[in-house]
Design a binder for this molecule. Structure first.
Ligand code: NDP
Ligand code: ZN
Length: 351
């Protein structure tokens, strides 16, 4: 079979591989709709996972089941399914401890385009199909549903980590597709003033549509000052970080009220340490909590998030600024994600 792969750090291309083997609990799936992720860019061009040779990329897909193992109960060939980016080993001790995403080691629930071939192949392998696949509900556009693989659960996890509650003032730093879903999630959770930090007009417009009450441009001055100005010097109750770098934490701590929480889902690719400003952290006594996590995957999560699309409570189609037709277009879509033109939020490829 054919797949679009990382050939080595900084190199991508089409390769031929054997079709993956399907174990008794597993499934083989053919992609229907796929999308490249900012993480694919970190993986290839920043060597975020270290060296990987001839590894098929991609971890966001809706597909059609091609084959299932003998012990799979709930799925059969021909089923259209949502595939989460994170596919844990549900029997692991980490999963039993409540951290399925770290099954097998830290962050090891993330398998596609990390420890094994990803979804940009003609077929891909899904471990523990009954626990990791979800049926695509009738009437849902597969392109919109691909956003459930990673963008929605990641953005929403930022909201969970920050524990956004009714009436909270919230700041979402970064409004790419992940941050935009954090904005949508914070609005669903009842945020009052919802500030969104970004600079590209297409993202700013989407942020407003998803419920941001104000968009703050980090290129127009210190975002801490901009937030403190708007909150009479008090700051916000919650900060969700979905963009920026190691220095963003200092800003998040400074704009947070005592007792507040920071939920980070941003990938930190540089620097040995994260700086926490001593005084604004209450000299260590400010009750300002920093939480960070990889999104949760698995079937239940996908079914619950799909229900938000089915009921019309969430519309992910607004993220899809660039649609491509045909498997071969994955290369173009990935390069678009790498170059991030100003009119891009997220590309999707309909196979
Ligand atoms: P994008 O690159 O599309 O968006 C990044 C956002 O951050 C943009 O709005 C950008 O603004 C903004 N930004 C950049 N620099 C700064 C800064 N200095 N201060 C404030 N804002 C800034 O990324 P994605 O939305 O695709 O992904 C976001 C992050 O989430 C990535 O690091 C990705 O790897 C990570 N991720 C994490 C996952 C998890 O499970 N935890 C899963 C998937 C992704 P603009 O472009 O408008 O100037
Ligand atoms: Zn991703």
């Amino acid at each position: 079979m054919k797949g679009f792969a990382m050939l080595g750090i900084g190199k991508v291309g089409w390769i031929e591989k054997e079709k993956p083997q399907c174990g008794p609990l597993d499934a083989l799936v053919k992609p229907i709709a796929i999308s490249p992720c900012t993480s694919d860019i970190h993986t290839v061009w920043e060597g975020a996972l270290g060296e990987r040779r001839n590894m098929i990329l991609g971890h966001e897909a809706v597909g059609e089941v091609a084959e299932v193992g003998a012990l799979v109960k709930d799925f059969k060939p021909g089923d259209r399914v949502i595939v989460p980016a994170i596919t844990p080993d549900w029997g692991s001790l980490e999963a039993q401890a409540g951290y399925s995403v770290h099954s097998g080691g830290m962050l090891a629930g993330w398998k596609f385009s990390n420890f094994k071939d990803g979804v940009f192949g003609e077929y891909f392998h899904v471990n523990e199909a009954d626990a990791n696949l979800a049926l695509l509900p009738e009437g849902i556009d597969p392109a919109a549903a691909v956003m459930l693989s990673d963008m929605v659960p990641t953005g929403f996890h930022g909201v969970e980590l920050a524990e956004v509650a009714f009436g909270d003032d919230v700041c979402v730093i970064g409004i790419g597709p992940v941050g935009l879903m954090a904005v949508a999630g914070a609005a669903l959770r009842g945020a009052a003033n919802l500030y969104a930090v970004g600079s590209r007009p297409v993202c700013a417009e989407a942020a407003r549509a998803y419920g941001a009450t104000e968009v703050i441009n980090y290129r127009n001055g210190d975002i801490v000052e901009q937030i403190l100005d708007r909150t009479h010097g008090k700051g916000v109750d919650r900060v969700i970080i979905a963009g920026g770098d190691v220095d963003t934490f200092a800003q998040a701590v400074k704009m947070l009220k005592p007792g507040g929480r920071i939920g980070n889902v941003n990938y930190l690719g540089e620097g040995d340490y994260i700086k926490i400003p001593r005084v604004e952290w209450g000299c260590g006594m400010g009750h300002k909590t920093i939480a960070g996590g990889l999104m949760y995957g698995g079937r239940l999560r996908m079914e619950k998030l799909a229900a938000l699309l089915s009921t019309g409570r969430l519309d992910t189609s607004r993220l899809l600024t660039h649609r491509f037709q045909g498997f071969d277009k994955i290369e173009e879509a990935l390069m678009l994600m790498k170059d991030k033109p100003r009119d891009l939020i997220k590309p999707v490829v309909l196979v």
